[in-house]
Design a protein around this ligand. Structure first.
Ligand SMILES: [Zn+2]
Length: 725
């Protein structure tokens, strides 16, 4: 099918390179940001000029159908003949204009080009001319660079960025009319106690810079607010300067991510015309779905705007072997999981001189497939009806230094359970809980979203009043937006539970009894599959609560901790209580499930199948209706369901692998037959069904608004495309 976009793209090709600005305008919005589907990034090292093979890279960009490139320009090292004083030129540059050659080469390939800057480190002459531009430690010492002691770490919040890097930014856009500036490590390298930060913070808050990380400390809290304001001020300054010179260009920061990222994603979603999600590869213990999670978190605040997922072909462990590469299957799995969740692939390679060439074919094959199926990858919206909330506010003000354990581990546990349950779901940002942003969701999950404002609690209550379902765990809503504990949950009336003032952690050897409903004599669906277990393990952190009103015995009740040694003493002192381990309620049309303990976090730590069953059952019971996508078969699949202009795609990424929880994967283990059932948007009919990976034509049928098909096997991934009539 020929879309208007295809037509425009073909006319551009016919007109040649000079047509690009007109093409950008012809798109309607006057912008290029939604055009690139595949990105290439070449981050030069200082000795690349004169030594790396320019033509090799241009050929590679062409072979990979890369629509846009991000290329090193300046900051720490300039790769062009800069005239900005103190802007350090590569000592290998000579009379060359290494950046300029790349820009014009890419333009001949009709690529968009953005310039990469990196302001986080400076040379000795900068230090000598402007010692106040250098970051200062808590002890008052200027900071040497941790990895290269010949360099200095710069202060991100002072004149180095606001004046010097503004001049660099302006010069690059003036000289090359690039489509944007992408800045890496622009937001500082930890706390800075320099004279500018000290003075500016004092003016802002009347306080001295904090010397504690405790977010309940007033200076710390003010610092978090001030730093964020300052960085967004810098973002707006650079963006304004860029647009003055080229109205179709922007400053695009390397910023954002999930709950643990430190710049507000909602503001980023408003500022950025497109964004580049920088999670390059797995490290340590990390499942491959983490790239998809990254995609979902960006979609939550970027909406329909294009999001490129930066993946490294290198090894991302802490020892930073930047010149080596990952094995092919690992790269493919990571990229395809991102693609399933709306990340447009962006490969990044450091060092223009290719040492290990094994990644080249892998990325070329990935990009070739992506190019051929591009029209099925321009997603308009996800069709998922379950959403999991993530909260930077909770991580910052409640989690503080322990945000990973206190906040993120809850999300990871619930995420893993939803993956295993094969439930299609999105992520939602806690600042976007208004009716409009939640209108497509039936069930909202709050994995220990502890810090919520009164307004956010009202929004969540509104969601339930409109018929939405809710699942919450642990300390959800027990704190206000500043991480200060409330007397009671902000959502107490929904939970049907009141905080009784006690929190317990590190609980050993405690259990949950599986109970029948005292009125009906039946087991509740939340304990389905556990009827013969008698009792299952508890979590390890418990919020003591009182039921707000009398209701039937809870499906799970607490067996309090008892000695786990000596073995002779390991017997339950109190084998039965009526203390609920879950509050499962029907409120009007809505269902609300609240677990007063860290079920999700403990699941992430211990991965008990019993906990998995309870989490999955709770989603099934709360959601009530059939999910818009059901995939039945064996194995672990990450799935997603997207609507494009005139099609629907189902992504099935095969995570079944002995190296699932810790890469790199060695080989892909194919999945056996999967039966797929997809709900069509109201009023749509299916014209054709295609498997975009195997290329096979499936047997399918449409009945009562659902399409069913069988996928005989899946290697790494399969994408089922439904052309709608
Ligand atoms: Zn500073």
């Amino acid at each position: 099918m020929n879309t208007r976009r295809d037509f425009l793209q073909q006319s551009v090709i016919a007109l040649g390179a000079t047509a690009l600005p007109q093409f950008a305008l012809a798109q309607g919005a006057g912008s290029w940001y939604d055009r690139p589907m595949r990105w290439a990034q070449l981050t030069l090292v200082e000795d690349d000029p004169g030594q790396y093979d320019l033509q090799f890279w241009l050929d590679y960009f062409k072979r990979t159908h890369s629509d846009a490139a991000c290329v090193s320009a300046g900051g720490c090292v300039a790769y062009y003949p800069t005239k900005v004083p103190l802007h350090y030129r590569s000592k290998f540059l000579g009379n060359r204009d290494c950046f300029g050659e790349l820009v014009s080469g890419c333009r001949k390939l009709r690529m968009n080009v953005i310039a990469r800057t990196d302001p986080h480190a400076a040379h000795e002459d900068v230090y000598e001319a402007h010692p106040d531009w250098i970051a200062v430690t808590e002890e008052g010492k200027k900071r040497r660079h941790w990895a290269d002691p010949e360099l200095w770490v710069t202060c991100a919040l002072g004149p180095y960025n606001f004046e010097f890097m503004t001049a660099v930014t302006r010069e690059i856009v003036e000289m090359y009319k690039v489509d944007g500036i992408f800045s890496n490590r622009w937001s500082g390298s930890g706390m800075c106690y320099c004279e500018h930060c000290t003075r500016n913070f004092k003016v802002f808050s009347g306080l001295d810079l904090p010397r504690t990380n405790n977010p309940l400390n007033e200076a710390r809290r003010q610092y978090i607010i001030w730093r964020q304001q300052r960085l967004f001020e810098l973002w707006r300054l650079w963006d304004g300067e860029v647009r003055k010179i080229n109205p179709n260009a922007s400053f695009i920061a390397n910023a954002g991510g999930g709950a643990l990222s430190d710049l507000d994603m909602k503001t980023i979603g408003e500022l950025a015309p497109t964004i580049f999600a920088d999670r390059q590869a797995r490290r340590g213990l990390m499942p491959p779905w983490m790239n998809g999670k990254n995609g979902k978190e960006y979609v939550a605040t970027m909406g329909r705007k294009a999001i490129a997922g930066i993946f490294s072909v290198g090894v991302e462990e802490p020892y930073r072997w930047k010149d080596s590469v990952q094995n092919s299957e690992e790269i493919r799995l990571w990229v395809m999981d991102g693609t399933a969740h709306n990340l447009r692939p962006w490969f990044t390679k450091f060092n223009g001189k290719v040492i290990d060439r094994r990644w080249l074919k892998t990325v070329e094959d990935l990009y070739e497939w992506h190019f051929r199926n591009e029209r099925y990858l321009r997603n308009e919206r996800s069709l998922a009806e379950v959403a999991m909330v993530y909260s930077q506010q909770t991580a910052t003000f409640y989690g503080g230094d322990q945000a990973r354990a206190k906040v993120e581990d809850h999300s990871l546990g619930f995420y893993q359970a939803l993956i295993e349950a094969r439930v299609p779901f999105d992520m939602v940002h806690d600042q976007l809980l208004d009716a409009e942003h939640l209108k497509n969701y039936r069930t909202l999950i709050l994995p220990n979203i502890a810090a919520l404002s009164d307004r956010q609690c009202q929004q969540i209550t509104g969601f339930v009043e409109r018929g939405g379902n809710l699942i919450a765990t642990h300390e959800t809503s027990l704190y206000n937006e500043w991480g200060q504990r409330r007397k009671d949950f902000g959502l107490a009336s929904l939970f049907g539970a009141t905080f009784d003032g006690r929190l317990e952690s590190g609980i050993h050897n405690s259990y949950l009894n599986i109970e029948k409903d005292s009125r009906t004599g039946e087991f509740h669906p939340i304990v389905h599959g556990l009827e013969d277990a008698t009792r299952i393990i508890n979590g390890v952190q418990w919020v003591h609560v009182k039921p707000r009103d009398a209701f039937a015995r809870a499906p799970l009740t607490l067996v309090p901790s008892y000695p786990d040694l000596p073995m002779e003493q390991v017997w339950a002192r109190v084998p039965h209580t009526d203390i609920p381990g879950v509050f499962a309620r029907q409120i009007g049309r809505s269902r609300v499930v609240y677990f007063p303990f860290d079920l999700d976090r403990t699941f992430w730590e211990v991965l008990s199948e019993d906990h998995l069953k309870v989490l999955q059952n709770s989603v099934k019971w709360a959601h009530l209706e059939e999910q818009p996508l059901t995939v039945t078969g064996r194995g672990v699949l990450d799935l997603s369901l997207w609507k494009q202009q005139s099609s629907i795609t189902v992504h099935l990424v095969n995570l079944t692998n002995p190296m699932m929880m810790k890469g790199p994967v060695r080989e892909v283990i194919p999945l056996t037959e999967q039966r797929v059932r997809i709900r069509l948007p109201r009023g749509s009919r299916t014209k054709a069904v295609r498997f975009l990976v195997s290329g096979k034509s499936p047997v399918w049928k449409e009945t009562d608004g659902f399409v069913t098909a069988t996928v005989p096997s899946i290697e790494l991934h399969e994408v089922i495309a439904l052309d709608l009539g």
